[in-house]
Design a protein around this ligand. Structure first.
Ligand SMILES: [Zn+2]
Length: 264
């Protein structure tokens, strides 16, 4: 028996060796590629967007409401809901270089712009002419009282401003008239829109910073009937923005400013 033990151990070791060899061999065989292997899938473009799409935030216009009451602002409002400060006189009135029926004055920035506008119109064969620009509060009072005495307050309010409420008192507005004598009767009449001046102003005034202050069909909003002859300087950027909104877009609509009739 004693001699058998080493022999048994040797046999066991041999068997163990065979077993290990077999295991290794069988393991190697499974590494062979299977004939049914799926072809390597095509590279699919699964590139994830690396950044979230940028949503541009449109900032709300943050107009400081004081621009509509500050007389130094080109957006200062004079309408039937907004009175100018008592006795306001613009500090920079000058005589604009444009054909005029009677001597007119305007605030310096408006005068400079109206000169450039008149030159541009002349280059297009249109002679712009104004009959009235800045009107002081006292003069407006005479004008309004005259209309009021002739036609009554209700009618006067539709054709003239009460003193202190006139766009003309800002020194930034002007009334245009047709130069051609044969067009007499067309001035301060809605048919002015069909004159050379009326058409040119409607289409080009914004390029020089002027807007049609009392557009067609906006009486309830502006407080005044259509005045195709009355233009107001507010600067090129805003004038262009209003014009591009609509040719008859009003200042009150664009800036969401209160207008319409007098409170009382
Ligand atoms: Zn006017």
């Amino acid at each position: 028996m004693k001699k058998l033990l080493p022999a048994v151990l040797i046999v066991l070791l041999i068997l163990l060796g065979i077993g290990l060899f077999g295991m290794l061999k069988s393991k190697g065989s499974t590494a062979e590629p299977s004939p049914t292997a799926e072809p390597a899938s095509e590279p699919v473009s699964t590139v994830e967007p690396t950044e979230e799409p940028v949503i541009e935030e449109t900032p709300e216009p943050t107009m400081d409401p004081s621009v509509f009451t500050d007389t130094n602002s080109l957006l200062v409002v004079a309408n039937k809901k907004h009175r100018l400060p008592e006795g306001y006189v613009p500090p920079d009135l000058v005589t604009p270089e444009i054909s005029q029926v009677q001597a007119c004055t305007m605030r310096a920035p408006a005068a400079e712009a109206i000169k450039a506008m008149a030159e541009a119109a002349a280059a297009d064969g249109v002679t712009l002419k104004i009959s009235s620009a800045y009107r002081g509060e006292d003069y407006q009072r005479q004008l309004y009282n005259g209309y009021s005495a002739s036609y009554g307050t209700a009618t006067a309010d539709t054709i003239s401003s009460r003193p202190g409420y006139s766009d003309h008192q800002t020194g930034l507005a002007a009334d245009f008239v047709e130069q051609d004598g044969s067009m007499n009767g067309i001035n301060f009449n809605q048919n002015f829109e069909n004159t050379d001046s009326g058409i040119w102003l409607r289409d080009h005034a914004h390029e020089y910073g002027f807007i049609m202050r009392y557009p067609k069909g906006k009486q309830d909003i502006t407080g005044y009937a259509y005045e195709p002859w009355h233009f107001r300087y507010i600067g090129v950027d805003y004038a262009t923005a209003i014009y591009e909104t609509d040719v008859f877009c009003s200042f009150e609509e664009y800036f969401d400013v209160e207008g319409g009739d007098y409170a009382e």
